[in-house]
Design a protein around this ligand. Structure first.
Ligand SMILES: C[S@@+](CC[C@H](N)C(=O)[O-])C[C@H]1O[C@@H](n2cnc3c(N)ncnc32)[C@H](O)[C@@H]1O
Length: 406
């Protein structure tokens, strides 16, 4: 089956048509003609895989990773970085039409297309480390991941040696997180199991966790070895890093994003909703009179309390439970929303609309939920949209939308 690719889907697949039906073909580019094989089909669309590229895009390059197109984590390694950025812009612009935004979209590129991730989660299976493939539920053993930063890549090799000599029944995942000098390695077990760190791992900060997912407040976590205080530096500001709390995965882009949020924030009273470990609240507090951070995860809230300045208040709980009352009691000038992939709950958006908060800076790592939420903010006008390329090689993007009251 031959397909002409004429568009790009929001998940980064090439789009073509077969017998009038929409066809999605991964790892292609607009303008290509490809020989394809059917993978799956519904009444509305069909997914194909490339057998042969008949008319290649001039932006095609050799993918760097041997697991590209198998592991499913990357979407654009077959194209140059500039082309990837163009496609990301196009994808977002197409989506923004749904909220009648036709302005330009700036993109802040990352200086590293590879080795940018400060956090990697690997699966453990039969003594091996790798990825659980989302679609097929199969396990893929990997040597390394080219998206991981260098410190993590070394640590992965050491953990592989450790796992050759130590077998576990209940080990589910190994998490790697890098900070200024250290790498934090967390072994997540589904049940209690004997675990001792060997000499080779003692150069790392090693944690053992027991639970279903690491991020949950229910998951118990124990430190086995390594430095007591772990830090990351942003400009002249040093902040604590722990094994569990949310941390942006790409330092360069996270810090560029924070700089932009600070420069776009206006007024003296600011809410930083979904505030994580509170770094942004502290940075904002140098510009504003009072910053209120809201975060539901206990471990992140505790770090935020440690690093806060005098004019920061951190509230521990769900934004949807706290925000509606908060904004009734006092006037806020700007609200920063940086929710998880699901976006904001309706009651959060209606509270903002009801209290007529002047500015909203919405940061999203999942633009379909951003678009859904923007549709609900009727009384606001979109002033600016920017992409921060937090996740090069993948179709994921960090999007900043600045809105103001109409
Ligand atoms: C995308 S992260 C942003 C963190 C922070 N702004 C940063 O840059 O590090 C989302 C954060 O929201 C928290 N969160 C998710 N749902 C929440 C909710 N309903 N209420 C409060 N916090 C929530 C998560 O624990 C996580 O720390």
């Amino acid at each position: 089956m031959q397909i002409d690719i004429f568009d790009i889907s929001h998940s980064g697949s090439g789009v073509g048509k077969v017998d009038g039906k929409v066809a999605f073909v991964k790892y292609t580019d607009i303008g290509e003609k490809v020989e394809c094989r059917l993978k799956s089909e519904t009444s509305k669309f069909a997914n194909f895989e490339v057998v042969k590229v008949l008319k290649p895009s001039k932006f095609r390059i050799e993918p760097r990773c041997p697991y590209f197109s198998v592991c499913g984590g990357c979407d654009f390694q077959h194209l140059s970085y500039d082309r990837e950025l163009e496609l990301k812009k196009l994808i977002l612009k197409n989506e923004l039409k749904k909220v009648n935004f036709c302005g330009d979209v700036e993109i802040v590129k990352c200086s590293k297309r590879f080795n940018y991730r400060n956090k990697i989660k690997l699966a453990y299976f039969n003594g091996k480390l790798g990825y659980n493939l989302e679609k097929s539920h199969e396990f893929l053993e990997i040597e390394s991941c080219p998206l991981a930063d260098d410190k993590i890549s070394y640590a992965i090799q050491d953990v592989k040696v450790f796992l050759k000599n130590n077998h576990f029944k209940y080990l589910k995942n190994v998490y790697f997180r890098s900070c200024d000098k250290d790498v934090l390695i967390t072994f997540l077990f589904s049940q209690k199991e004997k675990f001792e760190v060997d000499e080779n791992l003692k150069k790392y900060s090693v944690f053992k966790a027991i639970g279903a997912i690491l991020e949950s407040d229910k998951t118990k976590i124990f430190k086995l070895c390594g430095n007591n205080q772990l830090f990351k530096t942003f400009n002249t500001f040093k902040f604590n890093v722990d094994a569990k709390s949310f941390m942006q995965v790409n330092d360069e882009i996270a810090f560029k994003l924070y700089d932009e949020i600070i420069s776009l924030t206006s007024g003296q009273n600011v809410i930083n909703a979904y505030s994580g470990q509170g770094l942004l609240s502290v940075l904002l507090s140098t510009k504003c009179q009072h910053v209120v951070g809201i975060e539901m995860q206990k471990s992140a809230h505790e770090i935020a309390e440690k690093i806060k300045t005098q004019n920061v208040t951190n509230l521990n709980g769900k934004v949807e439970d706290i925000l509606p009352n908060l904004v009734k009691k006092q006037r806020y000038d700007t609200i920063i929303l940086d929710p998880a992939r699901e976006g904001c709950k309706k009651e959060v958006l209606s509270a903002i609309e009801n209290e007529k908060i002047h500015n909203i800076i919405y940061i999203s790592c999942n633009f379909p939920s951003l678009i859904r939420d923007l549709k609900l903010l009727d009384n606001y006008q979109i002033e600016l949209v920017e992409i921060f390329d937090m996740f090069p090689n993948t179709a994921n993007m960090e999007v900043l939308a600045k809105l103001c009251l109409k």
